[in-house]
Design a protein around this ligand. Structure first.
Ligand code: C5P
Length: 231
């Protein structure tokens, strides 16, 4: 089975308050995008050549290419992203025509410490026949649905809730159809759900958290300084 990974890395990272787009912010001396590439390339298994499409800020394409090791340039394509995350995903999907992978993993560069084992669990479920697969974690907090008036409208049963992460994996035809019909969504699986197609949840990992603000970056630095992140 062939697998392509779309690494969306075109966000501005405004909430991080850095002087550069988030993908180029350094964590333990390495840009977040380089971390995400290293974790993706550490994925093992008998898949055909893992191809990667990096969706980068339009004004940083050269800087993105400069992050690649010489042997990676054949496996990695770099394309300009769009205004919203969904636009960036679409730009990445647009690069897959001649690659024609069986499966596509869409991954947030901001989740750059995601262990390779999470990628492997998603791929295993795709290879077992699922058309859409997301990693998720049980939620520790009780979640309330709240109306515009600030009053609670509903308390869903916590045992059935999962906080979902990336990489989210799809059969190529499933994600292509979902994005063709879909609008903006905070995750790609929601577009598949909107088509009425099943989405499976496999185990995520706490290390797949999204680096959004300065506190998240500090947490990632602490993990990298300790024994928390295998390198
Ligand atoms: O902004 P947020 O943290 O939700 O973004 C999640 C991921 O989507 C990040 O890796 C970011 O680089 C990417 N993104 C993108 N293009 C955008 C907005 C976000 O590639 N226009």
């Amino acid at each position: 089975m062939s697998v392509a990974v779309i690494l969306v890395a075109a966000g501005s990272g405004t909430r991080l308050g850095a002087d550069r787009p988030k993908a180029f912010v350094r964590l333990a001396g390495r840009p977040l995008l380089r971390w995400a590439l290293d974790q993706a390339f550490a994925v093992s298994g008998g898949h055909d050549l893992l191809r990667v499409v990096v969706v980068a800020p339009p004004d940083r394409l050269d800087e993105t290419l400069a992050l690649l090791a010489p042997h990676e340039t054949e496996l990695v394509r770099v394309v300009a992203g769009g205004a919203e995350r969904s636009d960036s995903v679409n730009a990445g999907l647009g690069q897959l025509g001649d690659i024609a992978p069986d499966h596509v993993l869409i991954h947030d560069t901001a989740r750059c410490l995601t262990p390779p084992a999470v990628f492997e669990r998603v791929v295993a479920a795709l290879e077992a026949g699922d058309g859409a697969v997301v990693p998720g974690l049980a939620v520790a907090d009780t979640i309330k649905q709240v109306g515009p008036d600030g009053l609670v409208t509903h308390t869903p049963d916590r045992s059935g809730l999962r906080a979902v992460q990336t990489p989210q994996g799809f059969r190529l035809d499933v994600i292509t159809a979902a994005h063709r019909h879909g609008r903006q969504a905070t995750d790609d699986a929601a577009l598949v759900e909107a088509l009425g197609l099943p989405v499976r949840v496999v185990d995520g990992d706490p290390l797949a958290f999204k680096i959004t603000d300065a506190g998240d970056l500090e947490r990632a630095e602490r993990l990298c300084a300790g024994a928390g992140v295998p390198r």
